[in-house]
Design a binder for this molecule. Sequence first.
Ligand code: PEP
Ligand code: MG
Length: 312
Amino acid sequence: SSRPEEREWSGACHTADGHPITVLANIGSGTDAQVAHRAGAPGVGLFRTEFCYLAAPEEPDVAAQRAAYAEAMAPFTGKSVVVRTLDAGADKPLPFLHASSEPNPALGVRGLRVAFERPAIVDRQLEAIAAAADDTGAAVSVMAPMVATAEEASWFVERARTAGITRAGVMIEIPAAALAAHDILDAADFISIGTNDLAQYAFAADRTLGALATLNDPWQPALLRFVDTLGRAGGEHGKPVGVCGEAAADPLLAGILLGLGATSLSTSATALPAVGTALAEHSLADYRKAAQSALSAPGPDQARQHAREVLG
Ligand code: PEP
Ligand code: MG
């Protein structure tokens, strides 16, 4: 463990009126995990496992996967680590999963869809995750990427439970899944909003195209409406609603996400101190007020401005 003066931020986080907030780290490797731990992250909200295998010519066996996952979990014994199953495809093709090309890779067989075609792959991954959790004592949960329906969510949660993983959730990053949030929350233990893809699919705007950056701006009021809907749904079900897309890395937007009902945020280690510090500046009631004001803005710049006016 590092000396206090090496840490920029303690990891402890609460609003100005004392509501505790969880701000977790996004990681893609064991090295990222160590960096996040040193930055004061109290856990991991998104472990992008596909980042471990971007260059792998074939599927790593269970023992190799177990070792890689244990490396990422090791700094977080007793802490929460949310492991996302392979989100391969589109911008992140994996050589051992994607032999053929698709005309529209962002709309293709990607994320959990690969697992429907080849369930043994996700089963081996879940087995390795469960073993790594035992090895490290991290409080591990799993979540599936690119879930479109409640049926898909149930399919994944059942497989996770069969593998011995008791906490299983899904990402909400497809608009249809957001509309099915209540049914999904019946099946899943939690949801985590992937604002990067949710923006891409909601606005029909390729997230990698700079020319469409305004449509992919996480301050777009329609994207905030999705977060609002999902925050309410989570509240009604008494289940956690995380945000793990880039939106959570913006210190001003982080407060708005809380005000819309997010119960945890997850962001890159570099953004953690600024987000954690900013969230302590106002009360939850103020974040709620600012969120309602941002929702009613005609565009992203005005939404930012509304938030700044309320939070001053
Ligand atoms: C997202 O889509 O917002 C997300 C967190 O996942 P990724 O960026 O890995 O697609
Ligand atoms: Mg995504």
